[in-house]
Ligand binder design. Structure first.
Ligand SMILES: Nc1nc2c([nH]c(=O)n2[C@H]2C[C@H](O)[C@@H](COP(=O)(O)OP(=O)(O)OP(=O)(O)O)O2)c(=O)[nH]1
Length: 149
């Protein structure tokens, strides 16, 4: 009989960087340049939390390393599985709204482009598959109640 082997669970943290936390209009997307199997896919900037690292501190570190920016984080955007967004069998992601407080976002590491997506065009890039639902949720939360018909 085979016993099921526990799947290692790695937490990824990512930021939905927008122009305004109260009334988000533009969303930052970053295009991956590595590894080859992910290159060309667009994602929310971020990365894996190191062992023992606080998730929020990991996110600030990743955004500094990858984009050269300092951010202020807003609310977390909870996902459907214990507040997380499932990526693969072994990866799950937590996402926070964010605004840049210092620096100009640039593709310094792991990305070859960053793009600011205009209102209504947040789905216009080829997001990594797991990000499509995240972006749908972001869009729904960004739209003020008065705009929902
Ligand atoms: N940062 C980020 N990663 C995502 C998103 N969607 C998604 O499927 N992923 C996947 C891609 C990667 O397999 C994994 C994140 O790993 P990473 O390569 O960005 O992590 P890292 O910068 O810490 O790099 P490393 O330690 O693996 O070298 O999560 C997303 O929106 N943002």
């Amino acid at each position: 009989m085979t016993e099921s082997v526990p799947v290692p669970d790695t937490l990824v943290v990512a930021a939905a960087i927008v122009d305004d936390l109260t009334r988000p209009r533009r969303l930052l997307a970053a295009r991956r340049s590595a590894p080859p199997e992910l290159a060309g896919g667009w994602e929310l900037p971020g990365g894996k939390v190191d062992p023992g690292e606080e998730p929020v501190l990991a996110l600030h570190r990743e955004l500094r390393e990858e984009l050269g920016v300092t951010v202020e984080l807003g609310a977390e955007v909870p996902g459907p599985v214990h507040g997380c967004w499932p990526l693969t069998r072994s990866l799950r992601m937590r996402v926070w709204w964010a605004v840049v407080t210092a620096g100009e976002p640039a593709p310094l590491e792991d990305h070859d482009r960053v793009s600011l997506l205009d209102p209504g065009r947040w789905h216009d890039v080829a997001w990594l598959p797991a990000d499509v639902d995240v972006v749908t949720a972001l869009q729904a939360r960004a739209r003020p109640a008065s705009d929902v018909h």
